[in-house]
Design a protein. Structure first.
Length: 344
């Protein structure tokens, strides 16, 4: 089902798309290709919307926390807002303490996408980013497909460029497995399939080091309550006021590997995320307080949701030891992320 969700300042219509099957229902918005809601049931049979979001286009436009959107052309941070490719230096918009973050001044999460295809249980959004938009080389054509399955939700990314460029796409949904209005996620159990993480400074910029999680509060290889470590004095946590770092997912590059498991004992919902991407940025919603009134007029507090962003490593273009985010002309950008839901 497709309905009107409002109009952009330039007059372009924005649509709300509902997809469903016998197990799940999701709502997507063509603005930002946003995952607006994802509905499942808890262990008592109650319907729960486990994704944070808003009820109006105006609220999505005015908020700055990337609720549910597709982030690009290059998600996360790029140090000094610049990179070198094929011997040429490209200077990007500085929107993060002298660095570039989440695609620049107007990233993909702030644009109205086109609906390319739609079925009862899937929708494909399309965007074309012109050559040198935000100073990224090459015209990038990108499809993002959301599909409901018998076990959850699948995201598929497919892109092509006319010139060599950099591409790093993710979805920035915040999850709360007790329901989007249930308050903090600090009691949620989190398991991350990663032996290492990317060290970053106070501005969330890597210096190239990949460090072991062992013997640090970054070790989530066993199921751990988020609240146990989220207030640690460890610099990687203290600097971010919670979790906001990239973990290096165990497994082979470009294969579907388990990234993490999020569980709530209260609702009995277990969310397992697998991805072909090499990294997982975990952000525990450390600065959500003060956001605009959200769905059902809820005011989200800090840590009301956790973003589990499957992506390439931050600032990868500036670190040769990180998996490459370069997309060559004639090549295909193809990634997928799978969300599987179980109820205990």
């Amino acid at each position: 089902m497709i309905t009107n969700f409002g109009f952009m300042p330039d007059g372009k219509e924005v649509f709300l798309v509902e997809i469903k099957n016998e197990h799940f229902k999701a709502k997507l918005i063509s603005y930002g290709a946003i995952l607006n809601s994802f509905e499942t049931v808890d262990n008592k049979g109650n319907k729960l919307d486990i994704v944070l979001g808003f009820d109006t286009l105006e609220d999505y436009i005015l908020q700055d926390k990337c609720f549910g959107c597709i982030v690009g052309r290059c998600t996360n941070r790029i140090s000094n807002a610049s990179f070198k490719l094929n011997g040429e230096t490209y200077h990007l918009y500085k929107n993060n303490a002298g660095n570039s973050s989440h695609g620049g001044k107007v990233g993909f999460g702030k644009k109205a996408w086109d609906i390319k295809e739609h079925t009862e249980d899937s929708v494909t959004f399309h965007i074309t980013s012109p050559d040198m938009e935000e100073n990224y080389p090459g015209e990038l054509s990108l499809d993002v497909k959301y599909s409901l399955t018998s076990t959850g939700l699948k995201l598929e990314y497919l892109g092509y460029t006319s010139k060599d460029t950099i591409v790093n796409i993710t979805n920035h949904a915040y999850f709360n497995l007790n329901g989007h209005a249930a308050g903090t996620i600090e009691k949620h159990l989190l398991t991350i399939n990663a032996d290492n993480f990317v060290w970053a400074n106070e501005k969330t910029i890597p210096d190239g080091r990949i460090l072991p999680v062992a013997n640090t509060p970054m070790d989530f290889r066993e199921a751990t309550e988020i609240g146990k470590n989220v207030n640690s004095d460890y610099d990687q946590i203290k600097w971010a006021k919670g979790l906001d770092r990239n973990w290096c997912i165990n497994g082979n590059l470009h294969e579907l590997n388990k990234a993490c498991v999020l569980e709530s004992k209260e609702s009995g919902i277990k969310l397992t995320i697998s991805t072909s991407q090499p990294g997982l940025q975990v952000y525990t919603g450390n600065y959500l307080s003060g956001s605009r009134p959200a769905k059902e007029n809820v005011n989200y507090i800090d840590r009301a949701g956790v973003a589990l962003e499957c992506q390439g490593y931050p600032d990868a273009i500036n670190h040769e030891n990180f998996p490459s985010v370069v997309l060559r002309a004639g090549e295909e950008y193809r990634e997928e992320t799978v969300y599987e839901v179980e109820v205990k």
